[in-house]
Design a protein around this ligand. Structure first.
Ligand code: PGA
Length: 260
């Protein structure tokens, strides 16, 4: 695991975008796993500034609500279109979001895993972390080897996401989410975290027990994880000079510098 600690949210965007840009330069048809929510927004902004040829890049979103009408502005299909596809000039035909409007969402979920496999798997999966430790919509209790599937959202997540809707009751109760096992198959995981409100859960995920109770703890089992956190989010991680790795299995870093 490598961890970058940077001063603020803008810095997380700059560092994560630099990592993605390097991947895209070396692989113009890279498959990106894209996340919604506030955490990755600075990444997309910064990546747009790199002015790369993105015409061959493909994308798969992490999740989608079930039951929103097609074209709903808060559906992740629309969020991804606005924040990712248009901003980065991706080919809309190469960007995929689970079909939350499918007549059979379970089948749509299984199809989604197959589509990722057909694309050759995900090169870099961008991730945020929820206050309860969720990754995508894998809420606490999700099996660490789970596949893309239909899930119920917890009240806490619905509450957190109500900021995007007119009223809390409008937040859907179900979703299709990539499973933790699906996410773990990406060749690189890029977790972007900012804000003091994420400090406790980030620390728990990276240094606590690996357990379905904290879905993001599964990151500890992946061979290539990059965490980009601002100082507020990293406040509870022990930051020591590169090379001094003790105890937890967590790689410690000096601020702003990555170690392998
Ligand atoms: P956020 O959400 O980036 O909006 O904080 C992250 C998440 O809930 O996964």
């Amino acid at each position: 695991m490598e961890i970058f600690v940077v001063p603020n949210a803008g810095g997380t965007g700059a560092v994560a975008a630099g990592i993605l840009a390097a991947v895209i330069r070396s692989r113009p048809d890279a498959v990106l796993g894209v996340a919604t929510g506030g955490s990755p927004l600075p990444v997309y902004e910064a990546l747009a500034g790199h002015r790369l040829d993105m015409s061959g890049v493909r994308g798969f979103a992490l999740d989608e609500y079930v039951g929103l009408p097609a074209g709903h502005p808060q559906s992740y299909a629309e969020v991804v279109r606005r924040e990712v596809t248009e901003r980065l000039h991706l080919d809309p035909a190469s960007v995929f979001v689970p079909d939350g409007g499918a007549a059979n969402p379970e089948e749509a979920a299984q199809d989604y895993d197959r589509a990722i496999a057909r694309a050759g798997g995900i090169d870099v999966q961008i991730l945020g972390i929820g206050h309860n430790g969720h990754l995508a919509f894998n809420e606490p209790g999700s099996a660490l080897d789970s596949r893309t599937r239909v899930e119920a959202l917890t009240e806490r997540t619905r509450q957190a996401n109500s900021r995007y809707f007119d009223s809390p009751g409008d937040v859907p109760v179900r979703c299709i989410t990539q499973g933790l096992g699906t996410i773990m198959e990406a060749r690189q995981l890029l977790l972007v975290v900012h804000g003091a409100d994420k400090a406790d859960i980030l620390c728990e995920a990276l240094t606590g027990p690996v357990s379905p109770e904290c879905p993001a703890s599964v990151l500890q089992l992946h061979p290539h994880v990059t965490v980009v956190a601002d100082e507020a989010a990293a406040a509870r991680l022990m930051v020591v000079p590169a090379g001094s790795v003790h105890g937890t299995g967590l790689v410690k870093v000096r601020a702003g510098a990555a170690v392998a």
